[in-house]
Ligand binder design. Structure first.
Ligand code: MN
Length: 199
């Protein structure tokens, strides 16, 4: 079977991503000395699912990866890739990654991976029309800063959806159930800067 260059590139990237996620999870579990049972309790992700991810048999949805990152008290970007913090990062439409086939309408890419001295990470997130993404609470003290750079979105905080347009921002405590959705008929893009408290 022949693939277009583009399809090959995406496939290669996804395989690398799956491997990076499985290696990171295995190393974290080893570091903490957690059994699969313990990891399942801490992350609220089933043992079977954790095992599959760790063996590289499946990649998690964004929601599942957030549960894992929160349960291990680590950053989301540590599972995805190292982006060198001194480089100029170029954003091109379409470059954020689809992590899992079920994530059909949301794409995520770190712009700045987790910085262990400054305790933050920055993502670019694309929501296609009709996307609604709910996020489990992060650990106490985690703060998210949302800045919309294209289109408009609504953010769920304290049980209320608030609309944010291009050029506007919203900061909220992310240790509660929260979410993002795009009710418009155009793609929306925002930056999400996540600040973690010092341990
Ligand atoms: Mn979040």
């Amino acid at each position: 079977m022949r693939y277009s260059a583009q399809a090959l590139f995406i496939r290669h990237t996804l395989e690398k991503l799956t491997k990076k996620i499985s290696d990171t999870l295995r190393n974290l579990r080893k570091e903490k000395g957690w059994s699969l049972d313990k990891a399942s309790i801490e992350t609220s992700v089933s043992k079977a699912m954790l095992g599959q991810i760790e063996r590289g048999e499946s990649s998690p949805t964004i929601a599942t990866l957030w549960k894992i990152a929160s349960g291990f008290q680590t950053s989301f970007s540590s599972f995805i890739e190292e982006s060198p913090n001194n480089d100029i990062i170029e954003y091109r439409s379409g470059s954020p990654k689809q992590l899992h086939p079920d994530d059909t309408k949301i794409r995520v890419m770190p712009i700045f991976s987790f910085d262990k001295y400054l305790d933050f990470e920055v993502f670019i997130i694309e929501l296609l029309p009709g996307c609604e993404h709910l996020s489990p609470p992060h650990k106490g003290g985690v703060i998210e800063h949302i800045i919309v750079v294209e289109g408009e979105i609504e953010v769920l905080v304290s049980g209320k959806w608030t609309r944010i347009k291009t050029g506007e921002g919203l900061r909220f405590n992310a240790d509660q159930e929260h979410g993002y959705r795009n009710l418009s008929d155009k793609k929306a893009v925002f930056h999400d800067m996540i600040h973690y408290p010092k341990n």
